[in-house]
Design a protein around this ligand. Structure first.
Ligand code: ADP
Length: 191
């Protein structure tokens, strides 16, 4: 199994690139944001519990997202590999992911971080908000809070993978295709 963490701030383009990687390498895309939004849409008890946190741009508690990932991993034991998108977002989540994978004699091969300047992030998210229907994509104050939460709680996760020699950064200020070519080069080099 070949497992990647696609990392970077909100609006960096993780979802877009994840879909392209899934197609090329036949991986399973696990986006905690997508899973949580599906729960909100179904108005499930879990969806109701996380709605106000997500709409404020705060993180959902670690136990909740870790459990969602645990379920998805055990439902996909035959996968060629996973792309984790939006997870892990805290050191605690990163440690849990390593534990879950190592129990199955698996690990993370690479963390690939998409780098985008802050002003550009805000305008990309506001643009997405015009169609996405996401409450957290439409309000500049909430977007700024998400970036703040990322810088404070999530960015340190990159260090966790850097220490393991598994981290690379990719500039995503250019085109989708150019960024994808760079991601592909990292994956092909590894394999
Ligand atoms: P983006 O990367 O654009 O911020 P996501 O779809 O990844 O969007 O996440 C949307 C929201 O879902 C986050 O702001 C947060 O509230 C919640 N969320 C998603 N993944 C996690 C996670 N791993 N831990 C905690 N909260 C999460």
């Amino acid at each position: 199994m070949f497992n990647i963490v696609l990392f970077g701030p909100p609006g960096a383009g993780k979802g877009t690139q994840a879909l392209k990687l899934v197609e090329m390498y036949n991986l399973i895309h696990l986006s905690t944001g997508d899973i949580l939004r599906a729960e909100m849409k179904r108005n499930s008890p879990l969806g109701q519990k996380v709605k106000s946190l997500i709409e404020k741009g705060e993180l959902v508690p670690d136990e909740i997202v870790i459990e969602l990932i645990r379920e998805n991993l055990s439902n996909n034991k035959d996968a060629a590999g996973f792309i984790f998108d939006g997870f892990p977002r805290t050191i605690e989540q990163a440690k849990s992911l390593d534990e879950m994978l190592s129990r199955e004699s698996l690990d993370i091969a690479l963390m690939l971080t998409l780098e985008v300047e802050e002003e550009e992030l805000i305008s990309r998210i506001l643009l997405r908000g015009q169609n996405s229907g996401r409450a957290d994509d439409s309000n500049p104050d909430i977007i700024k809070n998400r970036i703040k939460v990322y810088n404070e709680q999530t960015a340190p996760v990159a260090e966790y993978y850097k220490k393991q020699g598994k981290h690379a950064s990719i500039d995503n200020m250019g085109t989708i295709e150019n960024t994808f070519d760079q991601l592909k080069a990292h994956v092909d080099n590894w394999q």
